[in-house]
Design a protein around this ligand. Structure first.
Ligand code: ADP
Ligand code: 5GP
Length: 197
């Protein structure tokens, strides 16, 4: 059985990762979304087990100690982590899995899973990034300032990813990601013997 792709989409907060991933999952129903655990409080409309597994800091620390995470990071003062077991199970079953995580987490996954497809999503500009974070209306003034200050450093790390994708419009960004995935799947399936080489 062929192993599924491990797709990692990362980028500064507010770039549009959540929005683009949602569009991608609507277009490609065969991709499973990796639901992370977090110690942050749920936002309006978020459901435990759908957007995140919402856990207390203590519960999260117990999960770290039990080795339950592929990676975890402290992002803006809260824990976020990728549960390991579902990823191994799904990839072994040939299913593609999508991780939407921050840059620290993505760099850790690059170490552990060098065969992953690492995609860095870029905003058109810092000004547009600020408009998007503010426009989302989910953050306090302080949280916006913290996320913007981190964005510059995060964008510098974008160089380490195999792919960079501009999120100018959600449709164009998703098209670009689909092109990357088609190429990665073809590469994984390619059998040189078929061409009598
Ligand atoms: P992230 O998951 O990277 O933090 P979100 O997906 O929550 O970002 O997007 C942040 C805000 O920007 C949201 O209000 C979203 O609707 C908006 N947004 C996302 N992509 C685009 C885009 N291509 N053009 C304009 N607005 C966008
Ligand atoms: P938010 O609080 O806006 O949902 O997410 C804040 C940041 O944490 C985002 O950049 C998001 O991608 C990242 N994040 C979400 N889940 C994980 C995870 O499992 N691991 C890591 N390292 N980052 C995550």
């Amino acid at each position: 059985m062929k192993k599924g792709l491990l797709i990692v989409i990362s980028g500064a907060s507010g770039t549009g990762k959540g929005t683009v991933c949602k569009e991608l999952l609507t277009r490609e129903t065969g991709i499973a979304y990796s639901v992370s655990a977090t110690s942050r409080t749920p936002r309006a409309g978020e459901q435990d087990g759908r957007e995140y597994y919402f856990r207390t800091r203590e519960e999260f620390e117990q999960m770290i100690a039990a080795g339950a995470f592929l990676e975890y990071a402290d992002v803006y003062g809260n824990y976020y982590g990728t549960p390991l077991a579902p990823i191994e199970e799904r990839r072994a079953a040939g299913e593609d899995i999508l991780l939407e995580i921050d840059t620290q987490g993505a760099l850790n996954v690059m170490e552990r899973c060098p065969d992953g497809t690492f995609i860095f999503l870029l905003p058109p500009s810092l000004e547009e990034l600020q408009r998007r974070i503010t426009g989302r209306g989910t953050e306090t003034e302080e949280s916006i300032a913290r996320r913007l200050a981190a964005a510059r450093d995060e964008i510098r790390l974008g160089k380490r990813y195999r792919y960079a994708v501009l999120n100018d419009t959600v449709e164009a960004a998703t098209d670009r990601i689909q092109t990357i995935l088609a190429a990665e799947r073809l590469r994984a399936d390619m059998d040189p013997a078929q061409f009598e080489l």
